[in-house]
Design a protein around this ligand. Structure first.
Ligand SMILES: [Fe+2]
Length: 209
């Protein structure tokens, strides 16, 4: 599978953006599956989510065909981008170590966090408002924001944060050390995304020795 990806590269850090090969119908099926999951586990788990629902982080092992399909897309695209970024041979071991859903209702957001020790992390958007009307100082509700690892800003560095308004079917992939957050949104419809972590096999083996 060959993929198209853009390297947004902010603060000298790679931030890849790619479109997963999906249709509105498939995204709708995934959305419905995730909403059913939330119904069966209303409490969810507590991570960076503020008011939002966070699923268990093992959805990559789900029996659901639509989640298995999504996992396969994330894995294939992620592996290619990671091997490219790390200049790794095409057969080097890369593992998808966790995958979970975030369902943010009105007012929910995700606090700044990183995903260490995982080497690469990312998210894919299932059902988000692509055209929020409100924008304050360039930031829209529901935007994903990335923080410069050296957040000094002008005059030494570019602005200390960069933000994107997500699009359905789009996937971001970035190093696990990169601090990020999700701005609160104020739509009646929930903002639904799936996030994931990757590990590099060689690093895991080195640590284990
Ligand atoms: Fe995150």
């Amino acid at each position: 599978m060959s993929i198209k990806a853009e390297n947004r590269s902010h603060f000298g850090v790679p931030i890849f953006e790619s479109l997963i090969p999906t249709s509105p119908r498939e995204l709708e099926d995934i959305k419905n599956q995730l909403l059913r999951l939330r119904d069966s586990d209303k409490e969810g788990i507590s991570r960076s989510n503020q008011r939002g629902w966070h699923s268990d982080d093992n959805l990559h092992q789900s029996d659901s065909p639509v989640l298995q399909w999504l996992t396969e897309q994330v894995f294939q695209i992620g592996c290619q981008m990671i091997r490219h970024a790390e200049r790794l041979p095409s057969e080097s071991p890369v593992y998808l170590s966790s995958l979970w859903a975030n369902i943010n209702d009105f007012g929910a957001w995700n606090a700044p966090h990183a995903h260490l020790p995982c080497e690469w992390s990312g998210c894919v958007y299932i059902d988000v408002n692509e055209t929020p009307q409100e924008r304050n100082n360039g930031i829209a509700p529901g935007d994903i924001m990335f923080f410069d690892p050296i957040p000094v800003g002008a005059p030494y560095r570019p602005a200390a944060t960069v933000n994107y308004t997500p699009k359905n079917g789009t996937m971001f992939l970035f190093p696990g050390y990169l601090l990020h957050m999700v701005a609160p949104h104020y739509d009646e419809k929930p903002r639904i995304s799936v996030a994931f972590n990757f590990r590099l096999g060689e690093n895991i083996q080195q640590v284990a020795r």
